[in-house]
Design a protein around this ligand. Structure first.
Ligand SMILES: [Zn+2]
Length: 325
């Protein structure tokens, strides 16, 4: 073990290096954890060089003895490390709350907000729509209550229901029901201050055609006089509305008025009660001595007593409830 340049003062990174044999001896010592015997046993040809290298390292260690560490310094150092670790963990926790990241917390917040939005759409909007529809139904019922009071007062004064021009229409000359403006009879109530003009039509009546009501006929006057629980006025007849627009009335299907989104219709009865009916087919008693029977308030029964079409007004039997605007 000797440097190629003999003088230690000349040693430098560029001029001093070990011979190849010495390098192998040092490598052997390192490979065997500075176990001299093991390194020499593994490389007997280098035994002397390995012994020299071992002596050199041992001597160097002896020449620069190190004081044993102060236990107090070790404790202080460990305590400092613990404090740094806890402060770092606290910073990480605060950062995850204050700074948007794509970490777990961020997605949890996003999912929570999405859930609230979905709830607002799936529950809040239908609930608001429902409440709005209920308010419209209530306002319509209040209109019909005024209209019913006006009808009752008018009947008390004139002993007759209001009929335009004072006469029942000549149904034999009507081509179809959509040509017949039945609601004009009720206009006399507002014209004579028996109710406000607004009470003659539903708030959702988009074309202002007015409430549907029983078509005047001599044979039906008794119904008005009896004040029985028989439909007199209601929201717009959807079948007549369809034919007025040039369509074909789907008489066979059970259609609710369009005034309340197809949910049903407000109906004013002869006893002045108002009911929001979920179907136009009502079970009613036309005469006190008659059995209750189903009546579609939108369809006129023909002379054979069948409600199977919006047949010509001349075919109407005038024995059933038929409400049209
Ligand atoms: Zn209505």
């Amino acid at each position: 073990m000797k440097p190629e340049d003999a003088e230690p003062s000349d040693l430098s990174a560029t001029t001093a290096r070990l011979s190849a044999e010495d390098e192998r001896a040092v490598d052997a010592l390192i490979d065997h954890g500075f176990d001299l015997a093991a390194a020499q046993a593994a490389h007997p040809a280098l035994a002397a060089r390995i012994a020299a290298a071992h002596a050199l390292f041992t001597r160097a260690s002896d020449q620069y003895p190190v004081d044993p560490p102060d236990p107090a310094l070790i404790d202080a150092t460990l305590a400092r490390i613990d404090r740094e670790e806890s402060e770092r963990a606290e910073r990480m926790r605060l950062d995850s709350r204050g700074v948007p990241t794509l970490g777990r917390g961020r997605w949890a917040d996003f999912v929570a907000v999405a859930c609230v939005a979905i709830l607002a759409v799936s529950v809040g909007l239908p609930l608001m729509n429902h409440l709005g529809a209920q308010r419209e139904i209530a306002a319509c019922a209040a209109n019909l209550a005024q209209l019913g009071q006006g009808l009752s007062a008018y009947h008390g004064d004139f002993n007759s229901r209001p009929i335009a021009a004072g006469f029942a229409p000549d149904l034999t000359k009507l081509r179809d029901w959509s040509n017949y403006d039945n609601s004009r009879h009720l206009d006399a109530l507002a014209a004579n201050n028996y109710c406000a003009a607004g009470c003659l039509r539903c708030g959702n009546d988009s074309d202002g055609s007015g409430y549907s009501s029983q078509v005047p006929h001599d044979g039906l006057n008794r119904i008005w006089l009896r004040q029985a629980h028989i439909p007199l006025v209601a929201d717009r007849n959807p079948l007549v509305y369809q034919t007025a627009l040039g369509g074909r009335a789907l008489v066979r299907s059970i259609e609710n008025s369009l005034d309340h989104g197809g949910r049903g219709q407000n109906v004013l009865f002869g006893d002045l009660s108002i009911v929001f009916e979920g179907s136009p087919v009502l079970t009613i008693r036309l005469r006190d001595d008659a059995a209750p029977s189903p009546e579609n308030i939108w369809v006129p029964a023909n002379r054979a007593g069948r409600e199977d079409s919006l047949s010509a007004p001349s075919d109407w039997g005038a024995i059933d409830v038929f409400l049209t605007q």
